[in-house]
Design a protein around this ligand. Sequence first.
Ligand code: CTP
Ligand code: MG
Length: 383
Amino acid sequence: MAETVALIVAAGRGERAGGAIPKQYRKLAGKPVLRWAIEAFERCTAIDNVRVVIQPADEALYRTAIAGLRLRPFILGGATRQESVRRGLEALVARTPDHVLIHDAARPFVSTALVERVIGGLDNAEGVLPVLPVADTLRRKEGAKFEIVPRDGLWRAQTPQGFHFDKILAAHRKFVGEPATDDIQLAERLGLSIASVTGEETNFKLTTENDFLLAERLAGSGLSDVRTGTGFDVHRFAPGDHVWLCGVKIRHDFGLEGHSDADAGLHALTDAILGAIGAGDIGVHFPPTDERWKGAPSHRFLEYAAKLVREIGGVISHVDVTLICERPKIMPYRQDMRARMAEILGIDIMRVSVKATTTEGLGFTGRREGIAAQAVATIRLPT
Ligand code: CTP
Ligand code: MG
């Protein structure tokens, strides 16, 4: 199989869209535009790697937007789209892929089907362009009049545009500083063979403020299959001086016994997420008999569950964890726990809840023999 990298350019300033931050970092249904685009490519099995080109000034926004995703390092872009792409391609030279798909971060709704069409086109051409016909009547303003422009033969170009890596790199190296608004134009200048495939109406580029209204509706409406999952976990106290709970290390007179780090909070939550997508439980994916998970930090289990949700195009709407113990006191750590779980899941802290209760001295938690945790996860899947 040819190695294929998706190169997402996200180094623009989004001036036409306005807003307090560049458009690729604004949220749609609670998720940054750029993240929508990254996840769209991560879902495609034919894509081996996703690389993102950003502006140095946006690094903090970028890190927040990709929290919980495992990506290779970002690449720094330039003053024009073309320069950003060129820098992206140069950064890929060290591990040269066979094919590259170059995509605008501002097109969050690219589908797996379109990505596969573009990749398929590379069997017979050195460059592949997704296009759509123009439906509206076009007119050119001449003075006070609007004159008809014949529509035949006019097409709208989209991204991702696919290329044989060495060919598009050569084109970008040759035409540095000779402006082009997309990469196919440079490929044509170099005389590469170009094929076209059908684009998608939903793969529009967010350009103006108005586009965000449409995008927000699209982002929300496609995810109306709401699922709920629950999880429960118990760990016994053992000699030690700290416990891990909801991803936070807490000094304590005891530790917790378990094959991994025994974080009952994260285990219950991992099970809740797996439950919501019908993907079994934590023991199925990380068997306690497997030496690999001995002493493992539990954020890896939770990251994995979140990745499964992304792979089927879902979003985590909300999670709620209840810790049941007499000691340690949870209250002082509640905010840190919410922040850490939000970070692991890559969602807003407002979507993460942590509660705690005692059992009034009753039962095993009352006798301080161990800690129990329960969790609920609400997930939205594509319909
Ligand atoms: N882009 C880039 N580097 C630049 C300019 C643009 O990586 N110097 C990226 C944008 O982030 C976007 C894509 O190229 O994902 C398409 O560009 P466009 O829609 O024009 O975005 P902006 O340049 O950000 O917007 P504007 O032109 O309105 O400022
Ligand atoms: Mg621009």
